[in-house]
Write a protein that binds this ligand. Structure first.
Ligand SMILES: [Zn+2]
Length: 135
């Protein structure tokens, strides 16, 4: 297994209510020239947690931080006009919390961050660093 220092939270930057799955995101990323989906986990609107890239492999989700991190992404992040917005459903909030707690059990020293901590982006449209600081 790789050394994991960071767990980085993302959104798909798709509009509220639009349903996408790991197959969609994998297709987008293959079209961008990645060899697989860039994230390790995707949280769907109904709270389903899908596995993406195997944890053993570095992801492609945060420039300069991929080697020693895990990429977790929820579907959404934009309002109906396409502006950044915390669109997480109750099910997604529950699932994210469960998943991040589970990952922290496996990787107790990993620090949870928002993608926006490392890039000039709104991703994931909420302050994940603050929200998950104490879990
Ligand atoms: Zn991101």
């Amino acid at each position: 297994m790789r050394t994991i220092n960071e767990i980085i939270v993302h959104c798909t930057a798709t509009r509220a209510g639009q349903r996408f799955t790991v197959n969609d995101v994998r297709k987008w990323h293959l079209e961008r020239g990645f060899n697989d989906i860039g994230y390790h986990f995707l949280v769907l609107l109904d709270g389903t947690i899908q596995s993406g890239r195997p944890l053993e492999k570095a992801g492609a989700h945060c420039v300069g931080h991929n080697k020693n991190s895990i990429g977790v992404c929820y579907v959404g992040g934009l309002d109906s006009e396409g502006k950044p917005c915390d669109t997480r459903t109750t099910e997604q909030k529950d699932a994210l919390l469960w998943l991040l707690k589970d990952l922290k059990k496996q990787f107790p020293h990993a620090v949870i961050h928002s993608h926006r901590d490392f890039a000039n982006k709104a991703c994931p449209s909420f302050d994940a660093t603050k929200e998950y600081y104490a879990i």
